[in-house]
Design a protein around this ligand. Sequence first.
Ligand SMILES: [Fe+2]
Length: 288
Amino acid sequence: MASTTTSTRRHTFLGAGLPIGAVSEKTELVFPDAADLNRAWELGFFYLKAPEHLDLDSARQFGRELIDDSSVYRRIPKYGELEGFIALENNQQTKLALRRERWDQHYPAHIAAFGRRLDEMGIAIMREVLRQSRIPEPLWDRASGGYASGGGDAFLNFVHYDTRHPDWGLRPHTDYGFVTILDASAPGLQIEIDGQFEDVPVLQGHLIINFGEALNFITAYSDRAVTAVRHRVLSQRATDPVRHGIVYFANPDLDGMLLQFDTSGSARGSSSVEHFFARLERDLTTYQ
Ligand SMILES: [Fe+2]
């Protein structure tokens, strides 16, 4: 297929033209060939083969059970605006959102363990981005606000969207953090490619990876900046009227700094994470 243009592949194979990566036994992000990696970096998007040890089925089951009004997990308290069981009346969305520090306290053990598997995958993706960027490895921890070495901030959220509502599921936006790992139960996600929104079909056994604004920011002066992909979710009536999603956000430490290293290890720019996210919020004013 070497002579086929990317554009033709994309339309002909409905999603098969989108790059697909995997996490190797050495916990490294790998692609079938360099062209796939190039495409992923250019789009800020790729599919990731779900590792066999990732118990996706039981995590989906947990998510579906949250729809039941009697679920004890709907009584998890809110912590600030971002955590706990949250009902967003205005766009028919409910979600259970918790950052890593609270997983053991509130999630059942198998879901906390599931989150830690996603941590491993998120770190593998982050380390490959930094490897490709040629930012010196001793700086990876600082460059990623601690995330590349197991710190930073991570959310594991279970999201439900009522597709009977005619409005947008999610308006066009970019994610704020480094990397988003998504498991969606129904079609509706679209990503922007060359100025046009294109469907991202659900690919069985695969997760969806988005690169976010913070990742774009920290690679800006490196050898290989990545794109933060614009995406949206259309409200589509699926066979099940409730669209379920499991979303993991890999973020920098919210109290920390984002530094823009070049390949010599010099910091060419910086922003506090708080200021960076506040600026995005002003610009985009959308939900993640
Ligand atoms: Fe998003």
